[in-house]
Design a protein around this ligand. Structure first.
Ligand code: TPP
Ligand code: MG
Length: 290
């Protein structure tokens, strides 16, 4: 891969649940941990894989990589590694939607680390004062790179309470339960769409792999968190929990779910192969779009 890759493994339920609740013409912005959001909003699997491999067929023509994905055709207006960026751009879209008297909503996905940025608080305040249709989705995975919340925030600090002091409606939810996320997103989007202003969802979750790259922290002697803590969160795997719910509620059979898994795995393998075989950008186009 020709790009830094921040994997969302363990955090899938948030993008999936929120994006399932969106309309096609709603827009989203996201941060460096972008793959789940891109696929959730309907981005192309080939477009993502080719982009990670730097190929011409990538959604950003192989120029952007994981942290600069963009696909306007599905309302995915971009990922960026600059913490706080997604909140600022979503607030801008929210302002445009309000000025144009549309009922569209702009969504910003970001980590709890971005809430340490001044820009985030300017956005919460601006969106609140102007009652902008913006849904702020914080993926609180307890760490920003290798620093835990405890060294960045007072132990009594509570993100939702801070948001409420800006008169932004805020809700803390289980970010590893896709159905909880979906229902919370439906309610939040109704609230935003009906002119009440922005809403903030704090989705509690956990990143399984290292901050950037595919390794397990314990394999590479990273000591900022323990394997025991990770194992506890692996027990709360959002995919396994969704699977169990569907089976327990009689919504799908084990056989049906296994068939979906096989189909999807096959689609991923074939798409990856196709992406590897697809051409590099032509060097003659180097200065296009500059
Ligand atoms: C403005 C800014 N400051 C610092 C960084 C370096 N940086 C990249 S990712 C990251 C941690 C992000 O943590 P969080 O927002 O919680 O997202 P997570 O990686 O946990 O999903 C930092 C500090 C950056 N990209 N942008
Ligand atoms: Mg984080």
């Amino acid at each position: 891969m020709k790009t830094p890759t921040h994997f969302g493994i363990g955090q899938e339920a948030i993008a999936t649940g929120v994006c399932a609740a969106l309309n096609d013409d709603d827009v989203i912005y996201t941060h460096h941990r972008s793959h789940t959001h891109y696929l959730g909003k309907g981005g192309s699997l080939f477009g993502l894989m080719a982009e990670l491999l730097g190929r011409d067929g990538g959604c950003s023509k192989g120029r952007g990589g994981s942290v600069h994905l963009v696909d306007r055709s599905v309302g995915f207006l971009g990922s960026s590694p600059i913490l706080g960026h997604s909140l600022a751009l979503a607030s801008g879209s929210g302002l445009a939607f309000k000025m144009d008297h549309t009922s569209k909503v702009a969504v910003a996905f970001f980590g709890e680390g971005a809430c340490d940025e001044g820009a985030a608080w300017e956005c919460f305040n601006y969106a609140s004062v102007n009652k902008l249709p913006v849904l702020f989705v914080c993926e609180n995975n307890l760490y920003a790179t290798e620093s835990p919340m405890s060294v960045r925030q007072h132990s009594e600090a509570d993100l939702c309470k801070r948001l409420e002091s800006f008169q932004v409606k805020a809700k803390k939810i289980d970010g590893n339960d896709v159905f909880d996320v979906y229902h919370a997103a439906i309610n939040a989007l109704n609230y935003c769409r009906n002119g009440h202003g922005p809403m903030f969802l704090e989705c509690m979750t956990y990143r399984w792999r290292e901050h950037v790259g595919p390794m397990w922290d314990y394999e590479i002697n990273r000591t900022y968190r323990t394997k025991e803590e990770l194992d506890e969160w692996i027990k709360k795997c959002p995919v396994i929990r969704a699977r169990k719910y569907l089976i327990d509620e009689g919504i799908a059979t084990i056989q049906a779910i296994d068939n979906w898994n096989n189909q999807i795995e096959q689609e991923i393998s074939l798409t990856l192969e196709k992406a590897y075989e697809s051409p590099w950008p032509d060097p003659k186009t180097l200065f296009e779009n500059v």
